[in-house]
Design a protein around this ligand. Structure first.
Ligand code: FES
Length: 87
């Protein structure tokens, strides 16, 4: 299947998580927190909230707990609160 990662078409396999797709593309820093800081995934099991990305327009989706679907739109390093506060 194909998904879009930050606007780029990327191949993904059924059963893969969004996080594994992101990491397979070489991205280690995926999330931007409410203070504008960028971080990488930490726990990989849904606890730390360090992998929050925007999926299909919805903010703060856990990449490590979300399975890919065909045509999914994934955006990394975005945060609705940080974007609102930006000049
Ligand atoms: S990596 Fe910790 S919640 Fe996803």
């Amino acid at each position: 299947m194909s998904v879009r990662l930050d606007g780029q078409a990327v191949d993904a396999a059924e059963g893969e998580t969004v996080l594994t797709v992101i990491q397979a593309m070489g991205q280690r820093q995926v999330a931007r927190n409410d203070h504008g800081q960028v971080s990488g995934a930490y726990c990989g099991m849904g606890i730390c909230q360090c992998c929050l990305v925007r999926i299909d327009g919805r903010h703060k989706r856990r990449a490590c707990q979300t399975l890919v679907r065909p045509g999914m739109q994934i955006e990394t390093r975005v945060n609705r609160i940080a974007a609102t506060e930006a000049p």
